[in-house]
Structures are given as structure tokens and as C-alpha cells.
Write a protein that binds this ligand. Structure first.
Ligand SMILES: C[S@@+](CC[C@H](N)C(=O)[O-])C[C@H]1O[C@@H](n2cnc3c(N)ncnc32)[C@H](O)[C@@H]1O
Length: 234
């Protein structure tokens, strides 16, 4: 078990058989093995939670720009992924989306073309049994029966044939693009005999400031991340 330890700072603890030292106090291994809220001997409390994927992601090494939770969550819901689903994720960058998907589906085939990013992915997916990580272009993917191709790479229009050949009937090719020029090029290149353009959108999340006497939108927000297009194999 991997746990999250929260004092006034947060820690990801992977060895629960040893005591863990924080500036706020000593976290006993028996506490780590039985996550709950505990009181330190010299005052103060500690929260211990079994770590979930989103907790682990906060502590993994960062690569390039990641697909945000609002977008990954929507991709999962909109494409109807299940624990039986097979997914291709490319480029996997720092493997953030790869890790979220792997916590839900049967298998993720992840591809990364950049050596530096690949090394980060390798570190981040180490020990995750249902991810096959390949150094190289998604172009080389040849396993059929895929439910979703999630493409976060600059030229997705190059991969329509690949997706058409390997997707199941009704499976999805979803592209995540930061730029409308790329989006337009992709949509113009989509072969309408093989794919139905089901949905195009961008999602804006406005986080709120929440304190005892303040409850309002935060002053700043991420105004732009990427555009999503959902194309379904006919
Ligand atoms: C924005 S990052 C992906 C971030 C990732 N989706 C995440 O959530 O952590 C885009 C990545 O695509 C990779 N890439 C570009 N073309 C590729 C290709 N043909 N096959 C695989 N990866 C590719 C780039 O090297 C880059 O690391």
C-alpha cells in the first residue's frame, strides 16, 4: 500500500513498514498501515489516506504539458470506457493521462517519441502491470481491438488509417489539440466514410477560493488548455 500523509505539508509514503519522520512529528508505521487521523505526541494531527491515482500524480515527475483532469475525465465518460477497454495513449509525455486511464481500463498501450519524455514515462509507469510503454511513434501500433485512441500529439491527421485499422466498431479516436489550426486540419482530413465526427468542445474549469469568510471564484484561471474532438469509427 502507498499512502498520503498530510500535516501542513503532503507526503507520498511508499514504505509503510518503517516510521516516517515529518517536521510536525513522527508518523508511526502502525499508523501508515491503518490509514486514519492520528494525534502526534506533542500536539497536532496527521491525516493518512490510502493513495489514489490523483494523489500519486501530484508526486510523480512532470514531463511536458499534461492533459488536465477535466479533459481526461470527460474523455473517459464520453467514450464509455470500462474495465474491459483497450486504450492507446500517444504521446504519453509524462504519462499522466496514461496512469489515470490504466487505473480504469484493462490495458493501455502508450507511445512516446521523445527520449527525455520517454524516460520520465518509464519512471512514472514503473510497476504498473497493465501499461505497455513503447519508445517510438504510435504509428507502429499493431494490436487490434482498441476501444480508444487518445492522441495528444501535434499531427493527429497522420493517424486516421492506423486508428481505422485497429479500432473496434464504434470505438473512438479522440484528439486533444491546443490550437484551432490543428483542429481544423484534423477535421478536414477525417475520412467521413470511416469516421463520424460526434463532438467537438473545449472545457473551462473555474476554480473557487474557499476559506472561512471567502467563497468566490479565484481571481485567475487556466483560460485555455486544449480542444477535444471525438471521432467514432463507423
Ligand atoms: C503534450 S505531450 C503529452 C502529455 C500527456 N498526454 C500527459 O497527459 O502527460 C505530447 C507528446 O507527444 C509526443 N509525440 C509527438 N508525436 C508523437 C508520435 N507520433 N508518437 C508518439 N508520441 C508523439 C511528444 O514527444 C510529446 O511528449
Amino acid at each position: 500500500m502507498v499512502v498520503i500523509v498530510k500535516t501542513n505539508k503532503e507526503y507520498l509514503v511508499t514504505d509503510i513498514d518503517a516510521d516516517f519522520y515529518t517536521p510536525a512529528g513522527l508518523v508511526k508505521s502502525e499508523w501508515l498501515q491503518c490509514p486514519s487521523q492520528y494525534n502526534f505526541e506533542h500536539g497536532g494531527t496527521v491525516q493518512i489516506y490510502p493513495a489514489r491515482t490523483q494523489d500519486i500524480l501530484r508526486h510523480t515527475k512532470r514531463g511536458p504539458q499534461v492533459v488536465q483532469a477535466k479533459d481526461t475525465g470527460y474523455i473517459i465518460a464520453r467514450t464509455g470506457l470500462t474495465p474491459q477497454s483497450i486504450v492507446v495513449d500517444a504521446g504519453c509525455g509524462g504519462a499522466h493521462q496514461t496512469l489515470v486511464l490504466s487505473s480504469l481500463v484493462q490495458h493501455v498501450y502508450a507511445y512516446e517519441i521523445n527520449q527525455k519524455h520517454y524516460e520520465i514515462c518509464k519512471e512514472n509507469v514503473c510497476g504498473v502491470g497493465n501499461v505497455t510503454l513503447t519508445f517510438g511513434s504510435v504509428e507502429q501500433h499493431c494490436v487490434t481491438g482498441v476501444d480508444l485512441f487518445s492522441l495528444d500529439l501535434p499531427e493527429p491527421w497522420l493517424f486516421f488509417d492506423l486508428c481505422q485499422q485497429n479500432l473496434v466498431q464504434g470505438g473512438y479516436m479522440v484528439v486533444y489539440l491546443p490550437n484551432t489550426v490543428q483542429l481544423q486540419k484534423t477535421l478536414c482530413a477525417m475520412p467521413v466514410s470511416s469516421f463520424e465526427l460526434e463532438h467537438v468542445c473545449e472545457l473551462l474549469e473555474r476554480p473557487w477560493k474557499h476559506e472561512a469568510s471567502i467563497l468566490r471564484p479565484q481571481t485567475t484561471m487556466v483560460a485555455h488548455s486544449g480542444f477535444l474532438a471525438f471521432m467514432r469509427k463507423r
